[in-house]
Design a protein around this ligand. Sequence first.
Ligand SMILES: CSC[C@H]1O[C@H](OP(=O)(O)O)[C@H](O)[C@@H]1O
Length: 357
Amino acid sequence: MKINHQHYRSIWRDAQSVRIIDQTRLPFAFAVERLHTHEQMCHAIRSMQVRGAPLIGAAAAYGMVLGCQQQADEQTLQNVAAQLLATRPTAVNLAWALQRMLQQLLALPLEQRAQVAWALALAIADEDVAQNQAIGQHGLALIQPLATAHPQRAVNILTHCNAGWLATVDGGTALAPIYAAHDAGLSVHVWVDETRPRNQGASLTAWELAQHGVPHTVISDNAGGHLMQHGQVDMVIVGADRVTRNGDVCNKIGTYLKALAAHDQHIPFYTAVPTPTIDWQLAEGAGIAIEMRDADEVAYMQGQDDQGQLQRLRVIPHESPALNPAFDVTPARLVSGLITERGIVTPQQLPTLEASL
Ligand SMILES: CSC[C@H]1O[C@H](OP(=O)(O)O)[C@H](O)[C@@H]1O
């Protein structure tokens, strides 16, 4: 059976536990983990078994559920939220989901919290799925004219990292318009940035697209600019971990470089972003905390050898230090538009979007 978002969500309730797809095992193994405690959910987020801004938010919500099943007094709830918040600093969805869960749980009588928490987390998950469906349809409207303009060939779209259904509860953000176009019968082809050092593109986006039957080609992170210079890219669509009031886009490290190349080559550069990923409290991207991850993620690579065995190999000298910033900030001036569930807006139109929420 093909494993795609027609069959699975990336996170779901199973009795009194939460099931996740362990994304660190893909693309070579499809493994589902069962989590029983909020500490296990903290580990799953921190180790990137679950990752992607919207999914991190939903995972945090379910982490709050697991953390309040035995005790649901305010001190317990605040402690659980603090532990979940400390897992990863950059995706605003984490803080957004925790704030929403805390506010709703504390408004409930103590004895109702453990049970109602499940419904509150599911509401966050269901909203994400609906938002991504809408993002897909709005983004499809961007792809259709490119397909009309190039009837003899596929529309070539470059994406960075993984912003597919694995990065959300379901449907994806940057990949949602691509799935919508493919499912509508349009001819699309995706350039998949490998996305060093964690290779979310090579291991997750490529896996998703292969499972869904979407034509794609994995490329090194350094190839995108060359392809743009040679007319091989019609548009760029990426995800986001945090967008600020002025439209600066924080996303996986390397996104900024793609935006620079796209701008230089007059190629449309879009970010697909559900509104919970917009941080209305932050004026511009300079204020975003950029996660610094373990340098070993740069120093080592993981893959499968020809005998099907997973190997972890060092790829830099033992004497060489490494630095591993996990995100960068693309200034709003390089962003053609933001594909939200409310429609496509330019960075300059964000205040109008905020007023409509
Ligand atoms: C749908 S947004 C996904 C967003 O999150 C990824 O980061 P990570 O894999 O470290 O959680 C990446 O920035 C994606 O664009």
